[in-house]
Design a protein around this ligand. Sequence first.
Ligand SMILES: NC(=O)C1=CN([C@@H]2O[C@H](COP(=O)(O)OP(=O)(O)OC[C@H]3O[C@@H](n4cnc5c(N)ncnc54)[C@H](OP(=O)(O)O)[C@@H]3O)[C@@H](O)[C@H]2O)C=CC1
Ligand SMILES: CC(C)(CO)C(=O)C(=O)O
Length: 307
Amino acid sequence: MRIGIMGSGGLGGYFGARLALGGADVHFIARGKHLQAMRDQGLRIDGPEPMHVQKLHATDNPADVGPVDVVMLGVKLWDTEQAIAQMRPMVGPQTAIISFQNGVLKDDYLRAAFPAQQIMGGVGYVATTIEAPGVIKQTGPMQRLLFGEFDRSLSERGKALLAACKAGGINAELSDNILREIWLKYVFLVGLSGTTTSMRHTIGPIRSNPQTRAFLSDVMAEVIAVGRAQGVDLPADTLQAALQRADTVSPEMTSSMHHDLQRGNKLEVRWLSGGVVQLGQAKGVPTPCNRAIADILALHAEGGSRG
Ligand SMILES: NC(=O)C1=CN([C@@H]2O[C@H](COP(=O)(O)OP(=O)(O)OC[C@H]3O[C@@H](n4cnc5c(N)ncnc54)[C@H](OP(=O)(O)O)[C@@H]3O)[C@@H](O)[C@H]2O)C=CC1
Ligand SMILES: CC(C)(CO)C(=O)C(=O)O
């Protein structure tokens, strides 16, 4: 299977490395020093299960690659439109395109650019960052990919990608309700990212203090209300399950958005809590807690200030 990884950082680099080690014909799209290091030394994954892809295809020019079976989109949300424009040479009429970015607005960008039948839904669970050019660091053993067709069929292309993932040791699942999976992650992630970033704390103290726990719960409840207003069939116990998830992760856990704030990077808040506000407004669902998060972080959203 030919796979194009559009954005080979924490997410794309990690799962692309596993796919390559599993035997898939992976083409990494990267840029700058990271691209140079990958060309010179391959791609190294540090963490609980160290890996090294020594020989790989890496380029900043998707035209060098040409059409692939699957494009996996893994750039930060602020880079999406530019990445979509650049990745076009990898997209032939039979190419499946899957965004594993966070949030629920990501697929709207794809739908605006490509025919709906080429787009599959995806969710990625992993905690990784680019530690140095050519090196990705994974924190903790979690690694999981979910993907599927928006029409809920279990397609042959989905099964083929599943087989490629399994060959690379990825905990992958072909979902028959990917929209729900995307929203279930959104509920958890907006709660985690909104609270850890606005409060500048790991999840441990946030979930233990009754006042901040109530805020976490209210943030998640707003996401659920917006999702249901959008017609997503979120189970009755979604809030309980999301809070339970927040209770069972390490107390030291935080979100990628909190890491971005600490490093003075741009933030994905416009698509996370900001996305909840935007979708809530369109459906008349109040989202005061998410609005507070988006407003509090607005001065940091373009980067340049460390939290
Ligand atoms: N990392 C994680 O643990 C997880 C991340 N996610 C989501 O996945 C998405 C990606 O996050 P993450 O992997 O952490 O981000 P990273 O910044 O680690 O990786 C993105 C990479 O894509 C590169 N890139 C961006 N645009 C282009 C382009 N046009 N051409 C070539 N390379 C490009 C970036 O380069 P440059 O550095 O130069 O900008 C960077 O190397 C986000 O939406 C995030 O929320 C979801 C689950 C877990
Ligand atoms: C919660 C986590 C680590 C799960 O993949 C994530 O997606 C993020 O922090 O952005």
